[in-house]
Design a protein around this ligand. Structure first.
Ligand code: FAD
Length: 286
């Protein structure tokens, strides 16, 4: 591994300023889980790493906003989010998704900001958070901006973050009366990277769906809303015939990409099946 200088700024804004000044020669580090692997493989060879571990404590906290949304700091570890009473109570689908996200050693160290910024389409949380309507606050050297999380990912391992911009926190509407599920299909161990992930968030009265948000991941370059499948669910009672049409629509509206977890054709089949299951699982959830 190429030697590097390690900087430990005390504020997120200072970190952004350092990164902006250094350009491609520097990279931020959250938990370091993904970036250390890339350094060891020689994929990245930065001269400087800017650790975010010592920035303001508020970027590690999980709290309810005045408007009742959950605010999760970018430096919160995945384990802290999984164990948070607020998350379990207000967004149970997020805590459930975390239990099968890799192993506890990874979750103890990996941070939410690094998880989202890494932009690997196999990440488990983006589809869940996007289906819930989460947004992300970004801090740069000159100020900050807020964007829907759905707009963060630009392609495989690519985000829309500009030079020096850092993820500061995620704001997520609580589940409330919405019913939600995240289904992850793995082709090896249960907690492996997914071959396919599907998140479903429904507003429903009994078996009648008022609105639906469906997001697929791991089969596409970026987490993707399934808007045609969502439209079929709106205002109707769920039965097997409808779910068959929803599954077919979902499988037809994206172009899956094959990888070591399955071919494109296999992922298309998985999508058909898992979208139906995710809608059923969401309806059965609270
Ligand atoms: C063996 C293994 C198995 C895994 N399995 C799964 C799995 O099944 N499902 C899953 O979802 N994930 C899985 N992960 C990924 C893990 O969940 C973490 O999300 C990931 O490692 C990145 O988190 P991190 O905080 O360590 O990021 P880092 O490694 O610190 O950073 C990752 C990238 O984000 C940048 N970055 C870090 N923080 C910020 C920030 N605040 N703002 C902007 N850029 C930033 C870094 O420069 C780097 O480019 C796995 C990881 C490993 C090592």
């Amino acid at each position: 591994m190429k030697p590097f200088e390690l900087l430990e700024p005390r504020t997120l804004r200072e970190a952004a300023t350092l990164l902006h000044a250094a350009g491609d020669a520097a990279r931020p580090v959250g938990g370091g889980v993904a970036i250390m692997l890339m350094l060891k493989m020689g994929v990245l060879q930065p001269e400087t790493l800017v650790s975010l571990a010592s920035v303001e404590d508020r970027y590690s906290t999980i709290a309810l906003d005045d408007d009742g949304q959950l605010r999760i700091g970018a430096l919160a570890t995945l384990r802290a989010i999984e164990r948070s009473g607020l998350v379990r109570d207000r967004i149970p689908v997020l805590a459930q998704a975390l239990r099968r996200l890799s192993n506890v050693r990874v979750r103890n160290v990996a941070t939410l900001g690094g998880h989202l910024a890494h932009a690997d389409p196999h990440m488990d949380l983006p589809p869940v958070l996007i289906a819930l309507g989460a947004s992300v606050r970004v801090v740069g050297p000159a100020g900050e901006r807020v964007m829907p999380l759905a707009d963060l990912h630009a392609g495989y391992l690519e985000t829309v973050l500009a030079r020096g911009e850092l993820i500061a926190e995620v704001t997520c509407p609580v589940q409330g009366s919405r019913r939600a599920a995240y289904l992850k299909c793995t082709t090896r161990a249960a907690d492996d990277w997914p071959a396919l992930g599907v998140a479903a968030v429904l507003e429903a009265e009994g078996e009648v769906v008022r609105s639906a948000r469906l997001v697929v991941s791991a089969a596409t370059d970026v987490p993707t809303r399934l808007s045609r499948a969502e439209a079929l669910l709106r205002g109707v009672r769920i039965d097997d015939a409808l779910l068959a049409r929803v599954g077919e629509a979902a499988a037809a509206e994206v172009t899956p990409i094959g990888d070591e977890h399955g071919s494109a054709a296999y992922k298309r089949e998985l999508l058909d099946v898992y979208v139906r299951r995710a809608v059923r699982a969401a309806l059965a959830a609270r």
